[in-house]
Write a protein that binds this ligand. Structure first.
Ligand code: ADP
Ligand code: MG
Length: 623
């Protein structure tokens, strides 16, 4: 079931208003050229939103969507083409395509079917890629489409002008399409799928670790964005009446990307605003380009002034505001407009965080090992994590503790061994399936979705489980669990360090895990924050009978908190036992003292200042 938040509907209305206003102003005060300009603006907004649905939410810049505009334009144009003009313009058209001359809207629908088919075919490989490889692939797609259009002379007249298309699109046809595009883009952005893709944009590894199937969501956004771009292409074709392949190539791509980047790639407001700003710049500079005579001042003709102007505008905005004019949040979100209209949204009494059924079973780590190109980072780890108990994992730096957590949670596939939950080997699952199997984790170097709100960070994880509960409501409950409920609307990146650590724990808890692995959760915290964290951990452990695994350098803390302690050294599991047994274990003491000696040597050799955790002596003198 798709739940549409009232905030989203409000956002759509607010973002559509400027479009409506522009249309009314143009038709009242600037009929003719002004109307044409605003119609073009509507079409550009749709195209920019098409790119933005994919690029903004996934963080991967796409050069390919103009290719979908071209497909939309040519496919719809072939269907609406005036049959008489067609006979002379495209004499070699196959019979099944000849003399159709259908109205615009059904032609648009059919063209979108073609766009969807191509988008699915191309999307399968492209969605597997991330970052710049994906961007390069989209660029390749644009070039291929261009070459195919030029080569298919029977259908497109090659590089010559394709003409005779009925001018079915005017301002009042384009406006509803633009508003619909705003609605689609905003609904997607605010949906659970859109939120998941935005999370993957912020941190792909962390998103997978909270159950996001990154490739699936990239694919979906790619196809949805392609449909919008295809519609923009069909509208443009029926607005202009004539065009050629070069109209859907680098120049248009550059201009649309400029609109997207200038406004802010991640928001719908940014697309609507960025398109307006760039079009105004272009109009202004186009007037200047041909040379100006102001009587006292004669400006010469400057070729390429508009392109230079767009480039400079992007540079200025990027230099001053890296996230574009409109930033990373929608306008209505940033200023909390919705909350002024409606009473504060309901803080529901969602049910408990974890499933109390997590009583039975254990998590078994069996002969787990990991090699990195010859380096044995971990070998033969064997232990259990039991519900309701805290297992400590200690060892000098580089001992393999993080590697162990990464292998158990599927972030780094292990080279050997198994991780069994109720007999199921989770090490063989896809990363994003591991949390669903009951295992959650945090990272040694905090990996939050920095440009998402605190609430959204947790909601992503809460929506990994199909429990029928409202993910946002459960996210609020979990935030209260770690004392962050008052920060729900803040961007995660703006929290204090200790709060960020707690947020990461909340995000993991929202997965309703039975086992929770924490990689140095108290690192960088001050004593008060550490104390507070200990209380939180102790409470959730008993309340939900969680099996906890905690990596920690502070041995006093480990001895106080843990029921069982596992010791790693140089990738080997050298001891396992109760805190008392571990303190008395000569091999453990040797590992720590050995480390002190070698670190001291290294420090004296390199003049290094950073060093041991001061707590190492805690081994001999536990609290
Ligand atoms: P710990 O968390 O106990 O400090 P790690 O698990 O981070 O230790 O590292 C164990 C060893 O594995 C170290 O020697 C480290 O350099 C190596 N290692 C960790 N991750 C990688 C990786 N992705 N590629 C190569 N070597 C790695
Ligand atoms: Mg580590």
């Amino acid at each position: 079931m798709v739940r549409v938040r009232r905030e989203t509907v409000f956002g759509i209305l607010v973002t559509s208003l400027p479009l409506l206003a522009a249309a009314v102003v143009a038709s009242l005060f600037f009929p003719g050229s002004g109307e044409r300009l605003v119609t073009l603006y509507m079409i550009n907004v749709i195209a920019v939103l098409g790119i933005g649905i994919y690029a903004g939410n996934s963080g991967i810049v796409s050069f390919g969507h103009v290719g979908f505009m071209a497909i939309g334009a040519y496919a719809s144009g072939l269907l609406t083409l005036n049959p008489i003009i067609q006979k002379t313009a495209l004499p070699h058209l196959p019979e099944w395509l000849a003399g159709i001359g259908m109205p615009f809207v059904p032609a648009l629908m059919l063209a979108l079917v073609v766009v969807a088919l191509v988008a699915v075919l191309i999307g399968i490989p492209v969605a597997r890629l991330g970052g710049s490889s994906a961007s390069i692939a989209t660029l390749g797609f644009l070039v291929i489409i261009h070459v195919v259009l030029v080569a298919s002379t029977d259908f497109t007249r090659g590089s010559q002008t394709f003409f005779g298309i009925p001018r079915a699109v005017n301002l009042w046809v384009a406006l509803p399409f633009a508003i619909a595009a705003v609605a689609v883009a905003r609904l997607y952005r605010d949906s659970s799928a859109g939120l998941k893709l935005r999370a993957s944009r912020e941190d792909e590894i962390a998103s997978a670790a909270v159950g996001v199937n990154v490739k699936l969501h990239r694919f979906f956004a790619w196809v949805l964005g392609a449909l919008l771009a295809g519609a923009a292409g069909a509208l443009l074709a029926h607005f202009l009446g004539a065009f050629s392949p070069k109209d859907f190539y680098f120049n248009l791509t550059f201009m649309l990307l400029a609109m997207l980047i200038l406004g802010g790639i991640t928001t719908v407001s940014g697309a609507v605003g960025g398109a307006a700003v760039i079009m105004l710049i272009v109009e202004l500079l186009r007037k200047l380009e041909g040379g100006v005579d102001l009587g006292f001042l004669k400006l010469p003709t400057v070729f390429g002034l508009t392109d230079i102007g767009i480039g400079v505008a992007i540079l200025v905005v990027m230099y001053r505001l890296q996230d574009g004019l409109f930033g990373v949040r929608e306008l209505d979100e940033r200023f909390g407009w919705f909350k002024r209209f409606a009473s504060k949204s309901v803080v529901s009494s969602a049910s408990a965080v974890a499933t109390p059924s997590a009583g039975q079973g254990v998590l078994q780590v069996e002969n787990l090992g990991k090699r990195f190109a010859g380096l044995v980072a971990l070998e033969n780890a064997n232990f259990e994590i039991r519900p309701g108990l805290v297992t400590g994992l200690i060892g000098p730096n580089g001992a393999g503790k993080s590697t162990l957590i990464n292998s158990v949670s599927g972030v780094v596939p292990p080279s050997t061994g198994r991780v069994l939950i109720d007999g199921q080997d989770v090490a063989s699952l896809a990363v994003h399936a591991v949390p669903v199997a009951g295992l959650a984790r945090t990272f040694q170097n905090i990996r939050l979705f920095k440009n998402l709100t605190v609430l959204e960070n947790v909601t992503v994880a809460a929506s990994a489980l199909k429990s029928g509960e409202d993910p946002a409501a459960r996210a609020l409950t979990v935030l209260a669990e770690v004392g962050l409920e008052d920060f729900a609307d803040r961007l995660a990146g703006t929290l204090s360090y200790g709060a960020q650590r707690r947020l990461e724990i909340a995000r993991a808890l929202a997965l309703k895990p039975r086992y929770l692995l924490l990689d140095e959760p108290a690192a960088g915290m001050n004593p008060a924050e550490t104390e507070e964290l200990m209380h939180v951990l102790d409470r959730i452990r008993t309340k939900y009978r969680l099996g906890l695994l905690v990596v920690e350098h502070d041995l006093k803390l480990i001895m106080r908190l843990c029921d069982v302690v596992v010791v790693l050294n140089k990738g080997q599991q050298i001891a396992i036992g109760t805190p008392a047994e571990i303190q008395a274990n000569p091999e453990v003491i040797e590992a720590y003292i050995g480390r002190r000696r070698s670190s001291a040597q290294a420090r004296s050799e390199q003049g290094e200042v950073s060093g041991l955790p001061s707590s190492a002596p805690g081994l001999h003198n536990p609290a």
